[in-house]
Design a protein. Structure first.
Ligand code: 1CP
Length: 366
């Protein structure tokens, strides 16, 4: 990380922002995402900023989750914590997929131990009218936090992110976390026009959220479609993929790598490869050499150690991590970003993650 003092984001010119974005351009993470040769495999962890770290629990004490996302200095500190601790190759911006929904006026709260809860779910054409477009001025705190972070991170890239239309729609329609997504699917199957209107509005909100982060200096973005694995391929292709493709197209001109992730997506990997991302995230159920065949040529892959492996002894973690690296050799010399198959769990030992980063760097050195 750079020692340079943070410049005031308000005083920043477009040119400075371009220069600052440039600082991470040759980082191992961005090179791998562009499928350029790398000296070792880069690694970061989904949900690396958060509940597994005692220093996170300390700074969050007494501050509700969504309030914390609106405090730039706090967002900066939480985003940097795992970078300092684990020596990961990228920072993921500390926020949440529902933050832009709150910014457009949806009554959403993140309840501890539950997740996002929506006071008035969206289930009718009238409800849909409440989902207005997201304007850059709706989120000055995001622009400020990204600016502070990019100054501090120097050559370490910052990954911006957003929720994909299907996963956001699930929270909005169900009213909270759901295992079966039955109300969401009922709308998708039973009211296709309403559904199309919903995912279209969400695609616009998500595109705007990603643009805000990229324009402030994020040098890669990840679209989280965490729950899309609940769909059959034909339904995904018909009812969801066009909205996700709109998001990737909306940010294509910035030239920053676009990562696309979901859980349980083994049967969807081919379509996700076509949806428009540069890198496809894979959970632990499909070995990366098989995923490479399904996703198709010219795409990077991210993943895919089973997060639960981290609870096993170190030598087992290393054996399993080596298997992931071995499977990724199918991609050739580049194009693999090491990650877990899903997020860091709250009870995980942070030291096991630090050891894993060092191991991946060492075992993959070329
Ligand atoms: O009180 C707390 O500490 C709240 C826990 C928490 C945290 C740390 C939530 C609530 N969100 C976050 C931060 C967060 N969420 C990040 C930050 C950066 C990082 O990864 O380190 C990111 C990228 C997200 C994205 C997110 N939020 C996703 C997609 C990623 C994934 O894990 O699949 C999803 C599905 C959410 C919704 C959400 N927010 C919070 C929870 C507990 C959930 C999941 C609830 C559910 O099971 O449906």
């Amino acid at each position: 990380m750079s020692e340079t003092p943070a410049a005031s984001p308000a005083a920043e010119t477009d040119q400075q922002s371009t220069v600052r974005r440039g600082a991470a351009y040759d980082s191992v993470f961005l090179r791998a995402a562009r499928r350029e040769p790398v000296p070792y495999t880069p690694v970061w962890f989904m949900r690396q900023a958060g509940r597994s770290l005692p220093e996170y629990l300390k700074v969050r004490e007494g501050i509700p989750m969504l309030d914390s996302c609106m405090r730039p200095e706090l967002v900066k500190e939480i985003t940097l914590q795992p970078v300092r601790r684990h020596d990961v190759d990228a920072a993921i911006f500390f926020s949440d997929i529902v933050v832009p929904l709150k910014a457009v006026g949806i009554d959403v709260d993140i309840k501890p131990g539950v997740g996002p809860v929506i006071a008035d779910p969206i289930r009718t054409v009238e409800d849909l009218q409440r989902l207005r477009p997201l304007e850059p001025d709706d989120m000055p705190y995001i622009t400020e936090a990204v600016g502070l972070l990019v100054d501090e991170l120097g050559g370490t890239p910052l990954i911006g992110f957003a929720g994909a239309p299907f996963t956001l729609a699930s929270y909005l329609v169900e009213g909270g976390p759901s295992k079966s997504h039955e109300k969401t699917k009922a709308m998708m199957y039973g009211a296709p026009e309403l559904w199309a209107g919903l995912v279209d509005r969400l695609a616009a909100i998500t595109s705007a959220f990603l643009k805000i982060q990229i324009e402030a200096g994020a040098s890669a973005v990840q679209l989280f479609d965490s729950w899309v694995g609940a769909l059959a391929p034909d339904d995904y292709r018909r009812s969801v993929m066009p909205a996700s493709t709109k998001v990737f197209e909306a940010v294509a001109d910035y030239g920053v790598p676009r990562i696309h992730f979901g859980v349980g997506t083994g049967e969807l990997l081919g379509l996700m490869g076509q949806a428009g991302a540069d890198v496809v995230g894979v959970d632990w159920r499909v070995p990366l050499n098989v995923a490479a065949d399904r996703v198709g040529p010219d795409k990077g892959l991210q993943g895919n150690l089973d997060p639960a492996v981290l609870y096993a002894p170190t030598h087992v973690v290393e054996t399993k991590a080596r298997e992931v690296l071995h499977a990724a050799a199918a991609l050739g010399d580049s194009g693999h970003i090491f990650n877990l198959g899903h997020g860091v769990m709250p009870t995980m030992d942070p030291d096991a993650l630090t050891r894993l980063v060092a191991f991946v760097h060492e075992a993959s050195a070329r």
